[in-house]
Design a protein around this ligand. Structure first.
Ligand code: F6R
Length: 644
C-alpha cells in the first residue's frame, strides 16, 4: 500500500495521467508503467527540469543525485534538449553522482566521470565546480576521508533534492550490492559477480571489469527528498518485482526504497512485466477479458497447474481468480477447446501461406502463392539465428526471399579475427600498401579504440562475406542479399548516432524496390546496445511513410525474436515447426558467421553462443506447445504480427 503522504508528495501529476497508475495489495512502492522508455524518460526529465526551474525562481540551489549506466541515457538526452531548445539553465544545479568504479581513471572511456561528461555535462551550462563524482583514482589510504567528505558536502548543500536511480540485476541501487546495510553511507564496496558480468560487454571481457567501486550508501539515497528509479527492458523484470513486491531485505537493497516516503519506479512494459498486476491481473481484481488476456491467462493456468489445456477444470479456473472468465465463456470445456484451437491455428509449416488451401484459420494468406519477402536483419547474422528455419522453408517453398542486412556489424569483429584476413590478403599480394596499412593499424590499436576507416571496412566485409556464405547455403542468389549499411551505426564505437532521415530513406528504397508481400523484422529489443530497437524504429518510420502506397496493402509484417529473448506463448501468432534435420541446417547456416563464434565480443548477459541460444530457445518453444497439449516438435520459431 502506498502511504497517503507519498501520493501527496508526487510532484508530477503526469505520472498518474500518462502511466497506468494503480496500487495493489502486492505493491509496496509507487510505480508507473509506460509503453516505451522514450516517453517515460521525457516525463522524468520534465520533472527534473521543473524542479530546477522552481528552485531558480526562489534563488535556490538544486541538488541532484545522478546515476550512470544505460537507464538514464534518454533522460539526459531530454535534459540536453530542454537546455538547448527550451532554455533550461543548469547554473543553479549541483550534482552528486552515485558511484565510480575503483580503481578507475577519469580518462578511461569506461569511467563514470567520462560517461557523465559525454552524456550530459559537456552539453549543458553546469559550472564544472558544481559537479561531484566519486573519484576512482584515489590512493587507497585516502578513500575513507574522501567518502566522509562526500557525505559532508552533500549535507552542506542541504541534502539531495532529487535522486535518479537505475537498478542492477542484483537489486543494487548505486553500487549498494546485496548485504548493504540500511545505514550505509558513501564507501568502497566489492562488486557482485553478476554486476561485473553485466558490465563485461562494455569492458570487452569480465577480466577487465574493476572488482570494486565507491558508492553512495543506502542511507545517503534514503535521505534524498525525492527518488525516481528507472527500469527498462525485460531483463530487469524479475528484480523489479522483488523490489516492489518482496519483503524489505538487504538481499535486495532496492527493497529499502519501500520505506522512502517519496519514491516512484518509472518503467517500460518490459521491466514491469513480472509485476503481479501485469503478469496475472486476474489474481489482483476484476479485469477486462480481451482475447490476448484470455490466452495469456489460460497459458499461465496450464503452467501453474502443470496441466495441458484440455485437462483444465472449472475448479482450476475458479481457484485461480478466473471465475469471471468462465462466466463469460460458459464452461471450462468450451473455453479449453476454444483456446486449444487458437493455439493450434498458430502452427504452420507454410510461413509464406499454403497455396490452394483454405486460409481462414491459418496465420498467413495462401495468395499470392509465390510471395516476395524481405527479411530485415539488424546485424549480419540475426536472420539465420532468429529465423533460419523459416528462411529455409520460405526459399524451399518457392518464395522470392530477399535479406536486407541493416547494419555492417563491423564493431563486433575482434582485432585478431580481422588480422587473420588482412594477413592472408597481404601474403597473396606482398606489395600491396593497403593491406600493410591495415595490419599496421590493427597491431597498433587497442581493442577499445575506434578503428581506422580501412580496418572498419575490412571488418564490415568479413561480416558481409560470412552472410553471403549463409544465404548461399540456404539457397538465394547474391543479388537478393542487400547490405544497407545504415549510417546511424557507422560511428566505429558502441555509441551510435540517432536515427536520421538518411537511414529511413534507405529502408524505404529497398522496400519500394522489392514491393514485398511479407516483411520479417527483429522485434527483439533486449540486445545490449539497442541496435535492434533502432533498426526496428527505422522500419516503423519507413512503414509510416510507405503505408499509403498501393503495394503496401498486400504487405504483412512479422516480428521475430531469438538472439536475445523469445516471445511469450500468448504473444505468438505464427509458430513454424522444424524437424531435427532442419535444426541442423539452421545450425550450419549460423556457423558461417565465424567471427561471432567462440567467445564473441558482444555476448550480452547470456554466456551461450548464439547458435546454442537459438537452438535452446526454439526447443523450449516447441516444448511449451507440447506441454499445453499440442504436437511434439523438435523446435519452433515464433512470430508476432505487427499492424501498421
Ligand atoms: C550507476 C549505478 C547502477 C546502475 C545499475 C543499472 O550509476 O549506480 O546502480 O544504475 O547497475 O545499470 P543499467 O542502467 O546500465 O542497467
Amino acid at each position: 500500500m502506498i502511504a497517503e503522504e507519498q501520493l501527496c508528495n508526487l510532484t508530477d501529476i503526469s505520472y498518474k495521467e500518462a502511466g497506468i497508475y494503480e496500487n495493489t495489495r502486492f505493491e509496496k512502492i509507487h510505480n508507473v508503467v509506460y509503453d516505451d522508455s522514450d516517453n517515460a524518460s521525457a516525463i522524468v526529465a520534465r520533472e527534473i527540469g521543473d524542479l530546477i526551474r522552481s528552485k531558480q525562481a526562489r534563488n535556490e540551489t538544486c541538488v541532484l543525485g545522478l546515476a550512470t549506466g544505460s537507464s538514464p541515457i534518454k533522460v539526459y538526452e531530454e535534459l540536453i534538449r530542454l537546455h538547448k531548445e527550451e532554455g533550461l539553465s543548469f547554473k543553479n544545479v549541483v550534482t552528486f553522482n552515485l558511484d565510480e568504479y575503483y580503481p578507475m581513471t577519469k580518462q578511461n572511456a569506461q569511467s563514470y566521470y567520462y560517461f557523465m561528461h559525454e552524456y550530459l555535462f559537456n552539453h549543458i551550462d553546469i559550472p564544472e565546480k558544481n559537479i561531484n563524482i566519486p573519484k576512482g583514482d584515489l590512493d587507497p589510504d585516502d578513500i575513507l576521508d574522501f567518502c566522509v567528505n562526500y557525505e559532508k558536502k552533500i549535507k552542506s548543500f542541504g541534502g539531495l533534492d532529487f535522486q535518479l536511480l537505475g537498478i542492477g540485476r542484483t537489486g543494487h541501487i548505486g553500487f549498494n550490492e546485496p548485504g548493504s546495510h540500511y545505514n550505509s553511507r558513501t564507501r568502497l564496496i566489492t562488486l557482485d559477480h553478476l554486476t561485473r558480468s553485466d558490465a563485461s560487454t562494455a569492458f570487452l571481457g569480465l577480466e577487465n571489469v574493476p572488482k570494486k567501486a565507491i558508492t553512495m550508501g543506502i542511507r545517503t539515497v534514503m535521505d534524498a527528498k525525492r527518488v525516481v528509479l528507472l527500469a527498462w527492458g525485460q531483463n530487469k523484470a524479475e528484480i523489479v518485482k522483488e523490489a516492489v513486491e518482496g519483503e524489505i531485505s538487504s538481499k535486495v537493497p532496492a527493497t529499502y526504497l519501500q520505506e522512502h516516503h517519496n519514491t516512484t519506479f518509472v518503467m517500460d512494459s518490459g521491466a514491469a512485466s513480472e509485476l503481479t498486476r501485469i503478469k496475472t491481473p486476474w489474481l489482483v481484481g476484476p479485469c477486462e477479458w480481451t482475447s490476448e488476456l484470455t490466452r495469456k491467462s489460460v497459458v499461465w493456468l496450464c503452467n501453474h497447474t502443470g496441466k495441458s489445456i484440455l485437462r483444465l477444470t472449472d475448479k482450476d479456473y475458479n481457484d485461480n481468480g478466473m471465475e469471471s472468465l468462465l462466466t463469460l465463456e460458459g464452461s471450462s470445456y468450451d473455453l479449453n477447446i476454444k483456446m486449444f484451437n487458437v493455439l493450434q491455428h498458430t502452427i504452420t509449416g507454410w510461413p509464406g501461406g499454403k497455396p490452394d488451401s483454405d486460409d481462414t484459420k491459418r496465420p498467413e494468406r495462401s495468395n499470392p502463392a509465390k510471395k516476395r519477402v524481405i527479411i530485415f536483419s539488424p546485424h549480419p547474422d540475426d536472420d539465420v539465428i532468429s529465423m533460419g528455419g523459416t528462411f529455409d522453408r520460405l526459399v524451399e517453398q518457392g518464395h522470392e526471399v530477399h535479406i536486407a542486412y541493416q547494419t555492417s556489424g563491423n564493431i563486433a569483429v575482434s582485432n585478431h579475427e580481422a588480422m587473420k584476413f588482412a594477413e592472408v590478403a597481404a601474403a597473396l599480394d606482398p606489395e600491396d600498401q593497403l593491406y600493410k596499412k591495415i595490419i599496421h593499424h590493427i597491431r597498433n590499436n587497442e581493442e577499445f579504440n575506434i578503428d581506422a576507416p580501412e580496418v572498419r571496412q575490412l571488418k564490415g566485409l568479413i561480416r558481409q562475406k560470412e552472410s553471403l556464405g549463409a544465404t548461399r547455403y540456404v539457397g538465394i542468389p547474391d543479388s537478393q542479399a542487400h547490405f544497407l549499411n545504415l549510417p546511424f551505426y557507422e560511428t566505429g564505437a558502441i555509441k551510435k548516432r540517432p536515427l536520421s532521415d538518411d537511414d529511413v530513406a534507405i529502408m524505404c528504397d529497398v522496400i519500394r524496390e522489392i514491393k514485398p508481400h511479407q516483411i520479417y523484422a527483429a522485434g527483439d529489443l533486449a540486445d545490449p546496445h539497442g541496435t535492434h530497437k533502432v533498426c526496428l524504429d527505422a522500419l516503423f518510420k519507413a512503414l509510416e511513410i510507405l503505408k499509403h502506397e498501393d503495394f503496401m496493402k498486400d504487405c504483412w509484417v512479422w516480428l521475430y525474436r531469438g538472439a536475445w529473448h523469445e516471445w511469450d506463448m500468448h504473444e505468438i501468432e505464427m509458430a513454424v515447426p522444424m524437424s531435427p534435420d532442419q535444426v541442423l541446417r539452421k545450425r550450419r547456416a549460423i556457423f558461417f558467421h565465424q567471427s561471432q563464434k567462440d567467445g564473441v565480443m558482444f555476448q550480452g548477459d547470456d554466456s551461450r553462443e548464439f547458435w546454442v541460444r537459438a537452438e535452446e530457445r526454439n526447443k523450449e518453444t516447441a516444448s511449451r506447445y507440447h506441454k499445453l497439449g499440442l504436437a511434439d516438435y523438435a523446435a519452433i520459431e515464433a512470430f508476432k504480427r505487427y499492424f501498421y
